[in-house]
Each structure stands twice: as structure tokens, then as C-alpha cells.
Design a protein around this ligand. Structure first.
Ligand code: NDP
Length: 280
């Protein structure tokens, strides 16, 4: 039976992942069968069983399924365990092995493609969903300074801070208290607010430090509101999530196929078509 790969999410129709993996396959001469599968959260386990029965060997998982994927894995990489969220599934005999490549993808994009030095940056992370869970441990490992986390649902902020288990460096706070938090050197939007037409929560200019970098994990249309705010607020560097998307995909590809694809050409191809991008 031929081996299949997929990205599971809801919604997922506009995902760029099938294009990215097809490009990696052409580059490495590995035949790739990778498609997007839209599945509602309640149907995820069932859909994965069908996928395995038809030759499914590995999958990416996107919103809102990353924490569900974590719970159904039989074993996990250390970075997935710390994240409490899985974006990469590897079929291993009768079991699922879970990894999380979001964090390494983000840090690689910021430090290598955008040449940002993350060390000691006082950081604000907005959001506490699957993506925030994936990137927070990697940012801490990359040497950022204190990490403040805010989220629409405060309980999830506390859960993420507890999971990170670094109380001296990680500070859960309320969204409404942003004004009182001082200036940041790095502000990340890890919410999906713009996907449903909402704006990221109102943010005061006072949180932007002198050489602050603003990073939206979203890209295409969904990144417009936050990055427009960041530019108007005087952020020194403004980065969307397209590079992270390509880098996390390359890391998943390497897990499945044992070959690390080159990413710059794929990033350039997608970036040149930027106006046509919608979020995935
Ligand atoms: P989840 O569904 O797991 O979490 C969504 C997050 O957004 C939660 O923190 C949620 O808050 C918050 N949120 C949603 N709507 C609003 C709103 N109207 N106002 C304020 N907060 C809101 O999604 P993910 O964490 O997996 O993904 C988040 C975003 O990051 C997505 O848009 C996704 O496309 C992007 N992403 C990009 C990647 C890349 O490679 N570039 C990789 C992964 C994700 P609450 O907890 O209150 O519901």
C-alpha cells in the first residue's frame, strides 16, 4: 500500500501545506501524496483510523486539533510533551508518535531568515491555544527574557504558564492589564482572531519598546490587522508567519522522510504570491 500524508484541521481547505510538501517532494525526488482533510473535533479520532486504514503514515495537525492530537499519542518528543500540543504525527507500527515542530520552525525563521537576536528580549505572547503552546517552550530555549502571556480565556493562560513550569520567567496576565505591563522587545500574536473577522484585542502603543519586533503567526489576509497595528505603533521589525509555516513543514518532512528539504526557494515562491495567500 502506498504511504499517505495529510494535514487535519477545521477549517483546512485553504491550507498551504499540500503545496509546500509537494514542493519539498519535487526538490528531494520523493513522491509525495499529501492532502488536506477537514475534520470536526468530535470526528478526529475516527478520521485518523480511516486514514491509517488507507495507508496514512504521517500527518500534520492544525487548529483546533493540536491538543486533541496530543492526547491520542502513544509517545511524544520532549518538545511536544512540554508544549502539550502536537502538530506532527508519525505512524509507528500500531501507535502514533507525536512531535511539535512549530517552535523550532518559528525560532529558525526569526533567527536565520530574519536575523533577529531573541536573547533577553522581554516578550509578550498573545494567545494560549495550540500554536502558543508550541512556540512558548522554543522561545524560552532560544534565550528570551521574561515571557508574559495573555489570552481571551484566562484559564488557558494559567494552564500554559503552569505547563511551562518556569515561574520566575513566565508570567500569566490578564488581557485587560496590558497597559500596566511596561515595554516589550518582542510581541507575538498567536491568536486566530483575524480568521473569523475579529481584530486582535485593543493594544496600547505603550507596550512597544524602542527596538521591538512584532511577529504574527498568521500570514496573508489574517496577518493584516496585527501587523498594521505593529507598524503604526512603531515596531522596528514586523514579521508574518509564512516563514514559520515553511520551516515547521520542513521539520515534519524530515521526520517522515529522513531528508531535510531546503526552504528558501519554497518560501520565496509563496512570498512572491503573497497577495493571493489566505490563512491556513
Ligand atoms: P487554537 O484554536 O488552538 O487557539 C486559538 C487562539 O486564538 C486562542 O488563544 C483563542 O483564545 C484565540 N482567539 C480566537 N479568537 C479570538 C478573538 N476573537 N479574540 C481574542 N482571541 C481569540 O488555534 P492555534 O493556536 O492552533 O492557531 C492560532 C493561529 O496561529 C491560527 O490563526 C493559525 O493559523 C496560526 N498558526 C500559524 C502557524 C504557522 O506556521 N505560521 C502554525 C500554527 C498556527 P481562547 O483561548 O480564548 O479561545
Amino acid at each position: 500500500m502506498s504511504r499517505h500524508y495529510a494535514v487535519f484541521g477545521h477549517p483546512v481547505a485553504h491550507s498551504l501545506s499540500p503545496r509546500i510538501h509537494a514542493a519539498f517532494g519535487r526538490q528531494t525526488s520523493i513522491p509525495i501524496d499529501y492532502r488536506a482533510i477537514d475534520v470536526e473535533p468530535g470526528q478526529f479520532t475516527h478520521a485518523l483510523m480511516d486514514f491509517v486504514a488507507s495507508g496514512g503514515a504521517g500527518a500534520n495537525v492544525t487548529l483546533p486539533l493540536k491538543q486533541a492530537a496530543f492526547t491520542l499519542c502513544d509517545d511524544l518528543t520532549e518538545r511536544a510533551r512540554r508544549a502539550g500540543a502536537v502538530n506532527t504525527l508519525v505512524r509507528n507500527g500500531d501507535t502514533w508518535h507525536g512531535d511539535n515542530t512549530d517552535g523550532v520552525g518559528l525560532v529558525r525563521d526569526l533567527t536565520e531568515r530574519h536575523a533577529l537576536d531573541l536573547r533577553a528580549r522581554r516578550t509578550l505572547l498573545i494567545g494560549a491555544g495550540g500554536a502558543a503552546r508550541g512556540v512558548a517552550p522554543a522561545l524560552l530555549d532560544a534565550g528570551i527574557g521574561d515571557l508574559f502571556i495573555v489570552n481571551r480565556t484566562p484559564e488557558r493562560t494559567d494552564q500554559l504558564a503552569d505547563a511551562l513550569a518556569e515561574p520566575d520567567r513566565v508570567h500569566p496576565r490578564y488581557l485587560g492589564d496590558l497597559q500596566a505591563l511596561g515595554e516589550f522587545d518582542l510581541i507575538l500574536n498567536a491568536t486566530s482572531a483575524a480568521r473569523d473577522g475579529s481584530h486582535v484585542p485593543a493594544m496600547p502603543r505603550a507596550i512597544v519598546g524602542r527596538r521591538c519586533a512584532a511577529v504574527d503567526l498568521n500570514y496573508g489576509e489574517a496577518a493584516i490587522p496585527f501587523l498594521a497595528w505593529a507598524r503604526a505603533a512603531g515596531c522596528h521589525d514586523v514579521v508574518d508567519g509564512l516563514g514559520m509555516l515553511v520551516e515547521q513543514a520542513a521539520e515534519s518532512f524530515a521526520r517522515w522522510h529522513g531528508v531535510r528539504p531546503e526552504t528558501d526557494a519554497v518560501y520565496a515562491m509563496l512570498n512572491s504570491n503573497h497577495d493571493a495567500l489566505v490563512t491556513a
